[in-house]
Ligand binder design. Sequence first.
Ligand SMILES: [Zn+2]
Ligand SMILES: [Zn+2]
Ligand SMILES: [Zn+2]
Ligand SMILES: [Zn+2]
Length: 285
Amino acid sequence: MPPPKHQHLKMKTMMVEDTGAFDCDICCHPLKPPIFQCNEGHALCSSCSDKLATTGKCHVCGTSTRGGYRRCRAMEHLVETAHVECLNAAHGCDAKPVYYDLASHRQVCPHAPCHCPGKGCSFVGSTKKLLDHVSRLHGWPCTIKIMMPHEVCLGDGFNFLVLDRLVVNGSGTVISTTGHFLFLLNVARQPLGRAISVFCIHPHHKKWRSSKAVKCVLTYSQSVPECKLLVRHHLQSDLCVDCTDLSNGLPHTEKRFMFVVPNSALGDKDEEAINVTVDISICNI
Ligand SMILES: [Zn+2]
Ligand SMILES: [Zn+2]
Ligand SMILES: [Zn+2]
Ligand SMILES: [Zn+2]
């Protein structure tokens, strides 16, 4: 038995490249049910039909809409079937959202690109591909999937850290176990010590700033037996971590806090890397 007609319509999908016909003529936003029309079939979105109701005539043909605009079921069916490719298809996204949902998909698309922080490197890709790129092509150290807090060994320059299961609510309960979070710990040698700056690499960093707080506690603790005046050095800072997609390169560090481990507190001054304990948490604001 064939399915009822409305179900049959719902199941059809079509890929659309030219989406102009699916935008509201008035506000230019994608038409999304409920959609309205004049008696001649000129369609417009729900909020525009509310605003124009008082004019009493169609914005296109001028026919009377005194009885109000009517629902346009045919157009509603059409927009439900009109799918588009995600703009990040080139970066590996195979999602094909309904056209009117494209904007909301883009805000959460896991394939949205971030840039490589390498000088002169033009690589752009999802955080997953970026991680692969920085470890394979540049050979920068990457530590993956660790629970916090964790001791990491940081060499000079870029060190990448991938964290999992770190979205927690106000009472400290993990509320998301999906998705990886990519961090960059940059170690720069300065005359007096090693300065560490921390960044979260995220494609949706602008949206994140208003909804998420990324915090990091850095701890350095070292016994210094060979130094006569210093026996033990303990350093700890609570930082708010900046999120970036690195599209403008590394954020300037001059105005930001840097965690500086003084040379005089390093156990062996010639050692290449230093051990720092990192405790990162991501909270919903
Ligand atoms: Zn509109
Ligand atoms: Zn009309
Ligand atoms: Zn996508
Ligand atoms: Zn690169």
